[in-house]
Design a protein around this ligand. Structure first.
Ligand code: DX5
Ligand code: ZN
Length: 222
């Protein structure tokens, strides 16, 4: 298994949703050179979210051309039947949306049994109480800071106190944030306690991904 970075220090996870899919291997290489910590791989099914993206064949191809950990964010309904295929295709983490899981506890157990780190994602409106009952099966929580489905949206400020509340109630649980994270916004979730930062347009809108990643990491660490 590919070693995971220390999740207690600021980790930058560029979202490939904003990459050029015609040359995904080159994009992954530039992100490795630019010292990205994870590659964030967004899977959308047109049902849980009103958009489609990429899935298992693309993940399998990507796995062959990068040594970076691949962080798979499943924005799909009924993820259970596909977990094994995503794990075999090369996922290092599997994050499911709590709103899409009827038996979340069992789903997280399956993710770990498949050898992947388990994450659960909460939409902006979803309360954090569910974490009380599954925290022992979790490697991290993902707080969505936009409504999932599209890159390039604006950070929702109401999510900042939610991050702080998770940090207060679960002092050692790594918190990932996803949506609208860029050099202007990253300080808010960082100061509230997040340590893993997904950024799509915030990285890919720059000519030099390494500079963008370094800037995000520096601000997050202040
Ligand atoms: C949104 C996805 C995100 C998206 C983030 O539904 O889960 O990972 O790519 O894009 P930005 O950083 O542009 O908001
Ligand atoms: Zn995502």
């Amino acid at each position: 298994m590919i070693p995971m970075p220390d999740m207690s220090k600021p980790c930058i996870a560029p979202s490939l949703l904003s990459a050029n899919f015609a040359c995904l291997g080159d994009e992954a290489d530039k992100l490795l050179q630019g010292k990205a910590d994870w590659l964030h791989f967004d899977v959308m099914d047109g049902r849980f979210v009103p958009n489609l993206s990429v899935g298992i064949p693309v993940l399998r191809s990507l796995r062959k051309v990068t040594m970076l950990p691949i962080d798979v964010h499943l924005m799909i309904v009924e993820p259970d039947d596909l977990l094994e295929d995503f794990a075999k295709a090369g996922a290092d983490t599997l994050t499911v949306q709590v709103e899409a899981c009827t038996h979340l506890h069992r789903t997280l157990q399956r993710v770990r049994a498949l050898g992947c780190r388990a994450g659960v994602s909460l939409n902006p409106h979803t309360p954090i109480d569910v974490l009380d009952y599954v925290v022992e099966g979790l490697d991290f929580v993902l707080v969505m800071t936009v409504n999932p489905g599209f890159g390039g949206q604006s950070y929702i400020d109401a999510c900042t106190p939610k991050i702080a509340e998770i940090r207060r109630r679960f002092p050692t649980l790594p918190i990932q944030v996803d949506g609208g994270i860029n050099a202007k916004t990253i300080a808010k979730p960082a100061q509230a306690g997040a340590s893993i930062f997904v950024s799509g347009s915030g990285v890919f809108s720059h000519d030099d991904y390494g500079v963008a990643i370094e800037t995000l990491r520096r601000i997050a660490g202040q």
